[in-house]
Design a protein around this ligand. Structure first.
Ligand SMILES: [Fe+2]
Ligand SMILES: [Fe+2]
Length: 404
């Protein structure tokens, strides 16, 4: 894996050299102090990852990365900067895949690069890249989401302050209150303001609701597309709720329950991206009906990738946690996970198969022998490999039957 470092300060470049010297055999390194020279190197060498400073004279980092994005879309683009505001500004533009704050240790630089290689699995799909880059602007992370993230990173987090940030967007406030007061959340009290919503449901849940409400209700769409978004949105909130409960069942840490919820909300977000393709839904639906393919198999056949990979790509660009990106990418094929300890992926996969159950009166006859008849999306080999087969019926009876 070849890495190119670009920084106008020579001391910084020397620092990287020293830090990564022990890894030079695994990761051949190239160094450049300006954008034009970096582009020369990119022409000659087969670079896999570019780590770039933002503030540089002549050609700044954002311009260079934009150029790299156009010329070599398969190269992973990392930003390393000492200025939080610069990073925030660039985050939603999609010119960088990951962000690292300066100063950083050799270890954290190494971990971020390794983590980003994980994302590379999804950006290696040439067909997906050409389709997605052809769509124009990808939806950026909503501004209000970024502001909340910023506050969460402070040492003393103030819920009141977060509530004030959200309150600036009146229509968002109305939608959040409407959602949390719907019978779906099952709260026994009526929530009348955002501060209450934050204390009852927690910041993470509200954050994923914001993503959901902003992304799933993109404007400028035909009524048909709005309907499609709404049905994906409803499906996703159900998956989220069940996945969160399944996570809790395994006595996980609170943050994992929240991650399972967020991954549930976002697992099908790729469908919303692909909706920008001409006749996406119609084509996928008719192919899957005619040939008895699942929805993602039909996508695979039509475009060479599915909504799962497209969604994971977007979430990776947004810098969401690896567990959430992974759960999104693999929610239909959990057996492709390298390690068997992703509770978030497992919860989302099971929840998704519960929500996509075959609707039939006879579900009381559910047994270990006929699980796949009722839950065609459940990957039984995977469930067996993690010793959960015997728990599936119990999980379904306890958490899987909620509906809107
Ligand atoms: Fe899906
Ligand atoms: Fe789904």
């Amino acid at each position: 894996m070849n890495i190119l470092f670009v920084d106008d300060e020579n001391d910084v470049l020397e620092g990287y050299k020293r830090m990564l010297f022990p890894m030079k055999d695994d990761w051949p390194q190239f160094f450049s102090s300006n954008g034009n020279h970096a582009l020369e190197i990119l022409k000659k060498e087969n670079i896999d990852v570019i780590v770039c400073d933002l503030r540089m004279p002549i050609m700044d980092g954002a311009v260079l990365l934009d150029e790299v994005k156009k010329l070599y879309p398969n190269i992973l683009r990392l930003v390393l900067s000492g200025y939080q505001n610069d990073m925030k500004a660039i985050r939603a533009t999609g010119v960088a895949h990951q962000f690292i704050s300066k100063p950083c240790s050799a270890q954290s630089l190494k971990t971020t690069i390794e983590k980003s290689m994980f994302l590379k699995k999804y950006i290696n799909n040439e067909q997906m890249l050409s389709v997605i880059t052809g769509l124009g602007e990808l939806p950026g992370l909503p501004d209000v989401y970024l502001k909340i993230e910023e506050e969460i990173n402070e040492t003393e987090v103030s819920l009141k302050y977060i509530a004030d940030i959200i309150a600036q967007d009146i229509s968002l406030v109305a939608k959040i209150l409407q959602t949390v007061n719907s019978s779906f959340f099952g709260l026994r009290v009526r929530i009348t303001n955002i501060l209450e919503a934050l204390s009852f449901l927690g910041v993470n849940i509200i954050k994923s609701l914001i993503l959901y409400l902003k992304v799933f209700s993109l404007t400028d769409m035909s009524p048909k597309k709005i309907n499609f978004c709404e049905s994906v949105g409803k499906h996703s909130t159900l998956v989220a709720k069940i996945a969160q409960n399944i996570s809790k069942e395994f006595q996980s840490e609170k943050y994992l329950d929240d991650d399972s919820y967020t991954a549930g909300v976002l697992h099908d977000i790729g469908k919303i991206i692909l909706l920008h393709l001409p006749d996406y839904e119609k084509n996928v639906q008719s192919l899957s009906n005619n040939r008895h393919l699942t929805y993602d198999e039909a996508e695979q056949e039509l475009y060479g990738f599915s909504h799962a990979e497209a969604g994971a790509y977007l979430l990776g660009i947004w810098g969401l946690p690896e567990t959430i990106v992974e759960a999104t990418a693999l929610h239909h094929q959990p057996q492709n996970i390298k390690h068997y300890d992703s509770l978030v992926l497992t919860s989302v996969h099971i929840a998704n198969s519960f929500v996509n159950k075959r609707h039939t009166e006879s579900i009381e006859k559910l047994s270990l022998e006929n699980i796949n008849f009722y839950f065609p999306k459940l990957d039984l080999h995977y469930i067996e490999s993690i010793n959960l087969k015997n728990k599936i019926i119990y999980l379904y009876q306890k958490y899987g039957q909620i509906e809107f």
